[in-house]
Design a protein around this ligand. Structure first.
Ligand code: J2J
Length: 542
């Protein structure tokens, strides 16, 4: 099975030459660097999770066992494997095992349910699903059954823990000599999940060369070296804790990765004290919670040098509270799974750190700030952010419609974000053009949720909008016009959950209205309708 990018999504020759000459793309691969670290620092601890401590040597060995075992089941290099594991050591050893076998992981979040999994499996044409027995009270073996019934091409299910009728991850065994040679560095290493600003989430193909560059360069900017201890507090499958610099950056540096079972202070603070964590990435609401909890915490947090905050906007006042509460360096991170990542630099003046979302990683990140007609705005004006560069994709996997919408003819990605560019290339995020809700860093597509609501017989029409929220930053609000038999909000929410979608997508608030009360209904776009409803709601609620 071929895991090269389709021709039109490959970087043009001239750019390839430039990225290589600049030393961004070095021809490294995941199995290549993991092997090298295992040889060089065999006994150093790579991964800590619960009672498990894996050295670099053990991680490489585990990855070989899992990779060879998967090939022994009949999977072929290049096939896609849907992975849904929590923040456990087996998440990291499993994906490293997939890399060793030349299999291509597709990263689902633990919160995803059948609707999302079936969509990912179909889009990626996945042949296998790897999950856990029970995660936070939810039985993923039931999900596996539903997935196989829905998408029979998913031939294999592997379970971490009690596998029931499926194959236990622990039982995998195979002949390591059957593992393939290291892959082409420009082939697709894995498929990441997009925030999904319109409709369902899209799949993001990332290559070895481009992704490794992004976290190698991030290490330098974030001060990650062999002595660092990086805490994964957010779900590990998120692009932020995976690559900015994330656990991959830490593994690349030969540092230590500590996985926290949850992102709150109760779970994370004892780990910071015990493992002497130096760096961690959080979304804004959690950073504020940490800052508040630190004041009265009995745990020693003094090892923490850098707290990164990103995924959603951290306003200046909140940024100051984070700095005051935790007393370490704050780093703002504005990134996206499609590529471009911006960081404030550790030695930037504090006024700048609180006031902006950083500047791009690379001198070769090309940034354009444009108006609605793709013309550059005047310097310092707000506009749409377009970008192209050595680690930004040039197309989604298997999605021609999204690609036509989301990329310019000359290969720039339309981020959907509205930004202002400050001197020095620093960016201030000023909102977005697309209709998604950024709920504490989880992106929810208004369109996707409206579609679900419209499937209910009592819903005549629905419009989903984002409403400012003191804690989450934004929450989702669905305006619903009823028809037929009346339904109440809690029942409609429960029905949504019953459809098998991630809980964070169920509207936080449902407001029933008689009509959308706009004289131009039918003539205005969904986007304008959503904007009007949102404005009216904000006016009414003060
Ligand atoms: C405002 N909006 C932000 C920020 C992301 C590092 C960090 C985050 C992500 C991520 C990531 C923001 N202020 N500081 O992948 O590697 C919003 C923007 C952006 C979208 C991308 C990483 N940081 N955002 O959040 O793919 O709207 O990646 O386009 O989940 O989050 O979402 P996602």
């Amino acid at each position: 099975v071929d895991s090269r990018l389709p021709l039109q999504q490959q970087w043009p020759e001239a750019l390839v030459a430039r990225y290589r000459a600049a030393g961004h793309w070095r021809g490294e691969t995941f199995p290549g660097f993991l092997r090298e670290r295992a040889e060089r620092h065999a006994d150093d601890i790579a991964v800590v999770a619960g009672d498990v401590r894996l050295s670099y040597g053990q991680l490489w060995h585990e990855a070989g066992r899992i990779g060879a075992g998967l090939l022994a089941l009949g999977l072929q290099p290049g096939e896609r494997v849907l992975v849904q594991l929590g923040n456990s050591a087996s998440f990291i050893s499993t994906i490293c095992g997939l890399f060793r076998a030349g299999l291509v992981p597709v990263y689902a979040l633990p919160a995803h349910r059948i609707t999302e999994l079936a969509h990912f499996a179909r889009k990626a044409e996945a042949s296998a699903y790897i999950s856990t027995d029970v995660h936070e009270g939810f039985d993923h073996r039931g999900l596996a059954r539903a997935l196989q019934a829905d998408v029979p091409a998913v031939r294999h299910v592997l379970i971490d823990g009690d596998a029931a009728e499926f194959v236990a991850l622990d039982s995998l065994q195979g002949d390591r000599s059957q593992l393939p040679a290291d892959p082409d560095p420009q082939s697709v290493a894995f498929l990441q999940i997009s925030g999904g600003s319109t409709g369902l989430s899209k799949l993001i193909p990332r290559t070895h060369d481009d992704y490794i560059y992004s976290f190698r360069a991030s290490n330098e900017i974030c001060g990650i070296d062999r002595d660092s201890v990086y805490l994964v507090a957010l779900p590990a499958a998120h692009n932020f804790p995976m690559s900015s610099p994330g656990f991959f950056g830490a593994l690349y540096a030969g540092a230590r990765v500590v996985l926290s079972p949850g992102p709150g202070p109760d779970a994370a603070f004892p780990l910071i004290a015990r493992e002497k964590v130096t760096c961690c990435g959080l979304v804004p609401p959690l950073a504020l919670l940490w800052a508040q909890a630190a004041a009265t915490s009995k745990h020693d947090l003094s090892s923490l040098q850098v707290l990164q905050v990103g995924g959603a906007k951290l306003v200046p006042e909140a940024a100051r509270r984070v700095i005051d509460g935790l007393g370490c360096t704050l780093q703002q991170v504005f990134g996206m799974a499609e590529g471009l990542v911006n960081y404030t630099r550790l030695d930037d003046p504090q006024e700048l750190i609180v006031a902006c979302q950083g500047r791009p990683i690379s001198v070769d990140d090309e940034v354009r700030v444009v108006d609605d007609h793709d013309n550059p705005v005047a310097e310092g004006e707000v506009g749409h952010l377009l970008t192209r560069g050595p680690y930004t994709i040039r197309g989604y996997h298997n999605d021609a419609a999204a690609n036509a919408r989301s990329f310019t003819d000359d290969g720039f990605y339309r981020t959907g974000d509205r930004v202002q560019q400050l001197p020095g290339g620093y960016l201030v995020v000023q909102g977005r053009a697309g209709d998604h809700i950024n709920r504490a860093g989880e992106k929810i597509s208004a369109e996707e949720i409206e579609d679900h609501l419209l499937a209910h017989a009592s819903v005549f029409d629905a419009a989903v909008v984002s409403i400012p929220d003191d804690y989450l930053g934004e929450r989702s609000c669905a305006f619903v016009i009823q028809q037929g038999e009346a339904i109440k909000a809690p029942a409609l929410k429960a029905w949504m959950r019953g459809r098998g979608l991630a809980a964070f997508k169920v509207p936080d608030q449902i407001v029933f209205v008689d009509s959308f009360d706009t004289t131009a209904v039918g003539k205005i776009s969904r986007r304008e309708l959503r904007a009007q409803l949102r404005a009216r709601h904000l006016q009414q609620t003060g």
